[in-house]
Every structure is written in structure tokens, then in C-alpha cells.
Design a protein around this ligand. Structure first.
Ligand SMILES: NC(=O)c1ccc[n+]([C@@H]2O[C@H](COP(=O)([O-])OP(=O)(O)OC[C@H]3O[C@@H](n4cnc5c(N)ncnc54)[C@H](OP(=O)(O)O)[C@@H]3O)[C@@H](O)[C@H]2O)c1
Length: 378
């Protein structure tokens, strides 16, 4: 029996998962990572996050990181307790207590089918694992990652927004989740998807300036997010209240979306393309685009996301659109002053503000604009 505490990180090979894994390893935990792929592929992902090959091999040789390959959570096999029991026996931890299960599974940019499979179908398997572990150790905590995408209330949702919304409902209904983290844009070390999409988005800017420069997004550095998850659960020891998960909205601050995309391009490619649509036509263009694209291109995830950006680029009143979706740095600081309705649970390194009588918390680890811009370039 190993004397380290054990965490299972589902999605541990992903962009967010690698940062959370690193944080738990640093604090002397043992990490178990189920993955659809093989161990070589899983190792390669960790090199993307900046792990040195030797350190990684050392963790694996000493059973501090345990990869469980060929675990596709959307396969019904993993909705059977027996499959998990056999897996735990196979990796030789069936007698060790697992203290945390963190679910960071979820495709963000593949086809609509893949997005639905990994964000929604996979949940039944996740719940089976949580129940299986809880039957041995009732104190295990289950932590899940959500997204502000699930808070959109448009008629036309992109497959990602739709999947996150359904996932949230399923998670609440399961009564299994203790902490539910919500982030908008997670950036930093090892992030590749938005970097790849950035030049495409930038080219689209030639049609309309508002397209990318019209709205603010809340940004969180992936390492800060991992640190916050660790802090909230292991250091602040915020206590889950009953069956409803505590929702934690995390941010470093906010940036204009267009500026964020611009920072992801190499310096010589950052010139703003010549505008094709005259300003007075921008609103109509964006309006039509945001309506037409989901109808003519319903299965193209990228096109649907562009339509969603176009819609947000439409409004001059950013607050009106974003107000319900995330809180800005200033808004979180103001909540902290409203002692009738909010409790301040921490000031440093995170400003943690909880709504009284509701399991909803805002966590701000403030970064200034220069720091934010630097971290998204990583
Ligand atoms: N990135 C962002 O800006 C952002 C913002 C807000 C919220 N989030 C949320 O954060 C979570 C992680 O995002 P990410 O950017 O880290 O995604 P990512 O890099 O694409 O990682 C996804 C992870 O999920 C695993 N996975 C996917 N489908 C699976 C399946 N069927 N069975 C088993 N494992 C599966 C992948 O593992 P293998 O490929 O190794 O199997 C991988 O480890 C998601 O829930 C996402 O919605 C992300």
C-alpha cells in the first residue's frame, strides 16, 4: 500500500488535465489517468506541458503517475462497475483509498458527434466510477469542469455550448458532484486549439471589425486554474454543502477577444486586414451571419462558434450580453464590498467571494493586462 494520497484525473492528458496533474504531483499525490490512447501518446501530451522526459519517466517508474490506456468513457463498457473494479485491480490500487476524482474530460473543437460523446455520453461512465469509489470511501470528493459556454441562452447553440448545458443538467441531477468549476477562456502552457484557430479568425476580421473586437472575455491561466482548484479543495478546504455542487467561477481578469486572438499570431501577421464591410453595414452583416450560419452549416462546429462570436460582436453594450455570463474583475471586487449578500472567504492569493445562501463562489486571481497578454501567448 502506497502512503501517498490518490487522485483520479479523468482527462488528465488534456490541456487543463496536465496542469492539474502537475499541481497534485507537486503536492506529493499519486495520480491515476485513464486515457483513450496508449501510454506513449499520453507521455507525449505531458511533454507539451513542459514536463522533462526524465522526470516524467521517473514518476511512471515509481508508480506516481499511473496511466490506464484504452479507456474510452463513451464506451458503455465503462458504465459497468465491474469494468472499473477490474481496472483498479489491474493497476494494483484496488486496496488503496482514492480521495479525489477530477473530471476534465471534454472535447472542445472536434466534430459535433465527438463533442457530444465526450462531454455528455462519457458522463454515465464517470458517474459509475464515482459511485464505485464512493462505495469504498464516502469522503471522496468529485470535482467537475464546466464552462461559461453552458450559460448561453441563445436559440442556436453551438454543439459545444449545447453539450456543456446538457452535461451541467446531468451532473446536477446525479447528486454526486461536490465542486463544479466554471471558466471562460483557459490559456497558457501547452494550449494549441485557439492558437491554431487564431489565424482563421483573424482573416475573418476583414469583413467586420466588431467581429472580434466587440466583446470581452474572461481569461484564466491554466496553471493559475490548477493552483486555484488545489487551493480551494486542499488548503481553503471549502466544504461542499449537500447535494448541489458548489459552483466556482474562476478568472484572472478580462481581455477584449480580438486582442487575445491578435496576441496568438506572430508579430508580422498582426496587421488588421482591410475592412470590406462599411461600418454602417456591420450590424446587419453580423446579424445575418449569426442567424444564417447555424441554419446552413449546422454540423460545422467551427462555423457555429464563429456565428456565436459574430452575435456577440454585434452588441455595443458588452455588459448587456456578457453580464449574465461572467463577472469582471471590478464586479467581483464590488461583490466583496456587499457584505449583506456576499461572504469573503479569502483575500490572498485568491479573492474568494461567496453568495450567501447559494452555493456559488467567484474566485479572482488578478493579473494585470500585460501579464494576461503574456500568458495567452505561451
Ligand atoms: N480549454 C478551454 O479554454 C476551456 C474553457 C472552459 C472549459 N473547458 C473545459 O475543460 C475541460 C478540459 O478542456 P481541455 O481544453 O483540457 O480539453 P482537451 O485538451 O481536449 O482534453 C480533453 C481530455 O478529455 C479526454 N477525453 C475526451 N474524450 C474522452 C473519452 N471519450 N474518454 C476518455 N477520455 C476522453 C482526453 O483524453 P485522451 O485524448 O487522452 O483520451 C483529454 O485528456 C473540458 O470539459 C472543457 O469543456 C475548457
Amino acid at each position: 500500500m502506497n502512503n501517498k494520497k490518490t487522485v483520479i484525473i479523468l482527462g488528465g492528458t488534456g490541456f487543463v488535465g496536465r496542469a492539474v496533474t502537475e499541481k497534485y504531483l507537486k503536492h506529493n499525490w499519486r495520480v491515476i489517468i485513464p486515457t483513450r490512447s496508449n501510454i506513449d501518446r499520453a507521455k507525449y501530451n505531458f511533454l507539451l506541458h513542459g514536463f522533462s522526459k526524465n522526470v516524467l519517466e521517473g514518476y511512471i517508474a515509481n508508480n506516481i503517475i499511473l496511466f490506464a490506456p484504452n479507456v474510452d468513457l463513451s464506451n458503455p463498457k465503462w458504465t459497468r462497475v465491474n469494468s472499473w473494479t477490474q481496472l483498479l485491480i489491474h493497476i494494483d490500487i484496488s486496496n488503496d483509498p482514492v480521495s479525489r476524482i477530477i473530471n476534465l474530460v471534454g472535447e472542445t473543437s472536434k466534430s459535433a458527434v465527438e463533442i457530444l460523446k465526450s462531454n455528455v455520453d462519457a458522463l454515465e461512465s464517470v458517474f459509475t466510477l464515482v459511485k464505485c469509489i464512493k462505495s469504498k470511501n464516502n469522503n471522496v470528493l468529485f470535482i467537475n469542469m464546466g464552462s461559461v459556454a453552458e450559460k448561453k441562452s441563445d436559440k442556436y447553440l453551438s454543439p459545444y455550448e449545447y453539450s456543456k448545458k446538457i452535461a451541467r443538467q446531468k451532473i446536477e441531477k446525479s447528486n454526486l458532484c461536490d465542486f463544479y468549476f466554471v471558466a471562460h477562456y483557459i490559456k497558457g502552457k501547452g494550449e494549441q486549439k485557439v492558437k491554431l484557430a487564431a489565424s482563421k479568425l483573424w482573416r475573418k476580421l476583414k469583413y467586420s471589425r466588431k467581429w472580434l473586437f466587440g466583446f470581452k472575455v474572461s481569461v484564466i491561466d491554466v496553471d493559475d486554474l490548477a493552483e486555484i482548484i488545489y487551493h480551494i479543495i486542499e488548503i481553503n478546504k471549502i466544504i461542499p454543502r449537500g447535494h448541489k455542487p458548489i459552483e466556482l467561477n474562476v478568472t484572472n481578469g478580462e481581455l477584449i477577444f480580438g486582442e487575445m486572438i491578435k496576441r496568438l499570431l506572430s508579430k508580422d501577421k498582426r496587421n488588421i486586414p482591410k475592412q470590406i464591410i462599411p461600418r454602417w453595414l456591420e450590424n446587419s452583416f453580423l446579424y445575418l451571419y449569426s442567424i444564417i450560419i447555424p441554419i446552413v452549416n449546422p454540423n460545422d462546429q467551427f462555423a457555429r462558434r464563429l456565428a456565436s462570436y459574430a452575435k456577440r460582436g454585434l452588441s455595443h453594450s458588452k455588459k448587456q450580453i456578457e453580464g449574465g455570463i461572467f463577472k469582471t474583475t471590478e464586479e467581483i471586487k464590488n461583490l466583496a464590498l456587499d457584505t449583506d449578500n456576499y461572504d469573503v472567504l479569502g483575500i490572498s492569493p485568491n479573492l474568494i467571494v461567496a453568495i450567501k445562501h447559494s452555493p456559488e463562489i467567484y474566485v479572482l486571481r488578478e493579473r494585470n493586462k500585460v501579464e494576461l497578454e503574456r500568458l495567452i501567448e505561451m
